[in-house]
Design a protein around this ligand. Structure first.
Ligand SMILES: NC(=O)c1ccc[n+]([C@@H]2O[C@H](COP(=O)([O-])OP(=O)(O)OC[C@H]3O[C@@H](n4cnc5c(N)ncnc54)[C@H](O)[C@@H]3O)[C@@H](O)[C@H]2O)c1
Length: 337
């Protein structure tokens, strides 16, 4: 496919953290892009100039029909959703509504408009507490919270839809997403985010007093939880490659883990933040949170075998440095102290 006849990609949630990086990755590679976002947790400033933002909800069928026609959309990258695990336990129906029911509406509108390709933000939470780590895509899918279940349900809807209609899909199961655009054009901007690296750089810049370390008795070398942190720009790149793979083989759908296949403990991450920022963050050792596995690491052999994906920013210190640079930029944007 030449650049001239590429279809437009509709990015839902493109004003959010990961979606805005996907928009940049697409624009950088010459794809026509538009965004639909209701700006509940997203920001207009995260969308680059020249990209049309439709401010609205993914369940608005009339709006979607208009976007699909107006923009000649041929593919959807679907990031819009609610992402806070503890909130999903307290308010499960919000998650089944915003993540599952509204995605059903989005898929229906896409099928109706003849959109051929659909890429979906799924999550390692689909595996629950895996018995074996690294986790392969074929590991049991046993989510332990409504967030993970709301996402897994979407995977089922997509699989059935792809069997019945002229649409293929790719479900990407992200591990722990971190870092920011290397040029600091966007990054994670949501106030009160709970992601460790974001929280730690906020603490390093004096925006928080301390960082909680939840659990020191896990079955890991230093007792703190181990996670597979993936740089958001490498993840965004995987989306573009997945899109190309779906277009190249329209009869094939894909489900792939997105991680680097290695893990760092909470203490290793905090050491990296101290190193990169040249400060010592105040660490508060606390009890475990319910449902945290000891270790959650991806087996990424499938994505490596399927896509020409070569991660560029896998060094932990690079991930932290980019998160820090964005946090500083965000301070300027918001005029924070
Ligand atoms: N951040 C992670 O570590 C992680 C891990 C696994 C999966 N994911 C998935 O990746 C996706 C993006 O996550 P994120 O971290 O960028 O979150 P985010 O909150 O920054 O982005 C979500 C975006 O979707 C928009 N949105 C939410 N509901 C909408 C709706 N009904 N209609 C239109 N727009 C809506 C928000 O305004 C926001 O811009 C989510 O689907 C999430 O479940 C994230």
């Amino acid at each position: 496919m030449t650049e001239a006849n590429r279809p437009t990609v509709l990015v839902t949630g493109g004003a959010g953290y990961i979606g805005s990086h996907a928009v940049l990755a697409l624009v950088d590679r010459g794809w026509p892009v538009c965004v639909v976002d209701n700006l509940t947790t997203g920001f207009r400033f995260a969308i680059p100039e020249g990209v049309t933002l439709y401010e609205g909800d993914i369940e608005d069928a009339a709006l979607l029909a208009r976007i699909f026609a107006e923009q000649k959309v041929g593919a959807v990258m679907h990031f819009a959703g609610s992402i806070i695990v503890p909130e999903s336990v307290e308010n499960p129906l919000k998650y089944y509504h915003n993540n599952t029911a509204k995605t059903r509406a989005l898929i229906a509108a896409a099928v109706e408009a003849g959109v051929g390709h659909f890429i979906f933000s799924s999550t390692a939470a689909a595996y629950g507490i895996p018995e074996v780590s690294p986790v392969t895509e074929d590991s049991p899918k046993l989510p332990i919270n409504p967030y993970g279940m709301s996402k897994l349900m979407t995977e089922f809807m997509l699989a059935d839809t792809a069997r019945a209609h002229a649409m293929n899909y790719c479900a990407l199961r992200y591990f722990n997403v971190a870092g920011a655009d290397p040029q600091a054009r966007t990054g994670q901007s949501t106030a009160g985010a709970t992601h460790l690296i974001k929280v730690a750089v906020e603490a390093a810049l004096g925006k928080r007093e301390h960082v909680g370390v939840f659990g020191t008795d896990f079955a890991t070398p230093d007792g703190t939880g181990v996670r597979d942190y993936i740089h958001v720009s490498d993840l965004a790149e995987a989306h573009v490659l997945a899109l190309e793979a779906l277009i190249a083989q329209p009869a094939r759908s894909l489900t792939m883990n997105c991680g680097y296949g290695r893990g760092f403990s909470v203490l290793e991450v905090l050491d990296a933040v101290d190193r990169v920022t040249n400060r010592t963050i105040d660490r508060r050792l606390q009890g475990r949170r319910a449902g945290d596995p000891d270790s959650l690491i991806s087996d990424n052999s499938r994505i490596k075998a399927t896509l020409p994906w070569v991660p560029r920013y896998a060094e932990l210190d690079t991930i932290v440095a980019h998160a820090l640079a964005w946090e500083r930029k965000l301070t300027e944007i918001r005029g924070e102290v």
